[in-house]
Design a protein around this ligand. Structure first.
Ligand SMILES: Cc1cc2nc3c(=O)[nH]c(=O)nc-3n(C[C@H](O)[C@H](O)[C@H](O)COP(=O)(O)OP(=O)(O)OC[C@H]3O[C@@H](n4cnc5c(N)ncnc54)[C@H](O)[C@@H]3O)c2cc1C
Length: 400
């Protein structure tokens, strides 16, 4: 007999698990199909804002490694520190996934491991999913709705004819903290000759942290990170890295196969802030929107509006930042007055949309600064393979 569910979710990612929990608690019969044999994602140290706890509605203590209360920004000639009134949290991805897995099972979600999604077909009452299990056998599942939570190279998106998001490469090395480093301080360095993004050092305990960078080109990102580690006398103990999606305002992360709505969440939907390349909170936010849409029969586009507003603001900020050279970053830091610092210390990076308009009131020079940047050409990314941030790629998602 063919398995049948109200909602089939592809990918036991944090966004997929969180959507499943909400749907099951709302009374839907939900199954998750995950290609891995078990839930054991590679270790990944994540920094998230307190918005993580707000979106979840509680604090999963067991996933929190550490807290950060100061963010220091370093450019070629300037430095600025912002004290975070509500500390950022350092979360370990595997622990968080395990936490969500327990919650999902308690809520009645059925998780099928070792099931790799292959294709979708219309059905008179929804859609059919075709999955290949570990033994090479095909399983067919009927579902009334589908959520694609299968990451940046989403096969669900490809099967439903939905555009995939652009992506960038993140690489970070686990290191012992340099002598004298305050473990409550996270530092980011801007150097546009190396990357249009930034380097970081994020402590995850009193003695250990991760140093990383975002880049357009995977091979070059590795070379740059190794050089940065050498420059700072840091020895890599292990590496963490992957492609991560980037939001683009033109992305429409939904579609339909037969009568079944297909909703994408997390990296599959490009729900990642492109200013900082943070996708954890945004993915949970997207998952909550997808769950509401399916529970209440509302439009996913409408449920996504507040998240899209936030993501669009970060996209616009990146558009401006990419017009800065190193001297421009220095100048930007020099515009940060005590009142701007105060603003930044109270408002986290996941709630910029509601308050960004206040910045020009606190520092009128931002208006001129922003206008000048709008009319300036974007800095050419160094040896980038393609201009990924400026357009939605027209190609299909290339899974794996
Ligand atoms: C090194 C690194 C550091 C990062 N640091 C931060 C940070 O500090 N803060 C932050 O907010 N974000 C950070 N990110 C980004 C963040 O980790 C991602 O945005 C987030 O993990 C995306 O998760 P997801 O839930 O959408 O998908 P993923 O975590 O990619 O999960 C996708 C799931 O789908 C499964 N799957 C894929 N294809 C199939 C298929 N065909 N069939 C069945 N299952 C399938 C996969 O096995 C996987 O379990 C970082 C990323 C990297 C790489």
């Amino acid at each position: 007999m063919m398995m049948s569910y109200d909602v089939a979710i592809v990918g036991a990612s944090s966004a997929g698990l969180y959507a499943a929990i909400q749907l099951a608690r709302g009374g839907k019969r939900v199954a998750i199909f995950e290609r891995q044999h078990e839930l054991a994602p590679a270790r990944r140290t994540l920094i998230v804002t307190p918005q993580w706890q707000r979106v979840l509605g509680y604090l999963p203590d067991d996933a929190v490694l550490h807290r950060i209360s100061v963010m220091e920004v370093v450019t070629m000639r300037e430095t600025v520190s912002v004290e975070l009134q509500d500390p950022d949290l350092i979360v370990e991805r595997r622990r968080f996934a395990k936490h969500l897995e327990r919650e999902a099972e308690d809520a009645g979600v059925v998780i099928y491991y070792g099931h790799r999604f292959q294709a979708l077909e219309p059905h008179p009452e929804g859609a059919l999913l075709f999955l290949r299990n570990n033994h090479g056998e095909m399983t067919t599942v009927h579902a009334g709705a589908i959520i694609g939570a299968d990451g940046v190279s989403s096969k669900v998106a490809a099967a439903a004819g939905i555009d995939c998001p652009p992506s960038v490469s993140i690489l970070q090395a686990e290191v012992a903290l340099p002598p004298g480093w305050d473990p409550e301080v996270t530092k980011v360095w801007f150097d546009v000759d190396d990357t249009r993004f930034f380097y970081w050092l994020i402590p995850e305990s009193s003695g250990r942290g991760v140093v990383g960078l975002v880049g357009d080109d995977r091979a070059r990102t590795r070379v740059l990170l190794q050089r940065f580690l050498q420059r700072h006398d840091l020895v890599p103990l292990a590496y963490q890295g992957a492609q991560v999606a980037m939001h683009h305002p033109r992305l429409r992360p939904w579609g339909r196969v037969g009568k079944a709505p297909v909703l994408l969440v997390g990296d599959a939907a490009g729900q990642v802030k492109v200013s900082t390349v943070g996708g954890t909170v945004m993915g949970l936010w997207g998952a909550a929107a997808a769950a509401r849409s399916l529970l209440h029969g509302t439009s996913y586009a409408r449920e996504l509006r507040p998240l899209k507003r936030e993501l669009d603001v970060h996209w616009f900020l990146r558009l401006l930042l990419e017009r800065l050279d190193n001297a421009g970053y220095d100048a930007l830091v020099r515009t940060v007055t005590p009142s701007v610092r105060e603003f930044l210390s109270h408002r986290n990076r996941d709630e910029m949309a509601g308050g960004l308009w206040r910045l020009p009131l606190l520092q009128p020079r931002f208006i001129l600064f922003g206008l000048r940047l709008l009319f300036r050409r974007r800095q050419e990314p160094v040896r980038s393979t393609s201009d990924r941030s400026a357009r939605v790629p027209e190609t299909e998602c290339n899974a794996d």
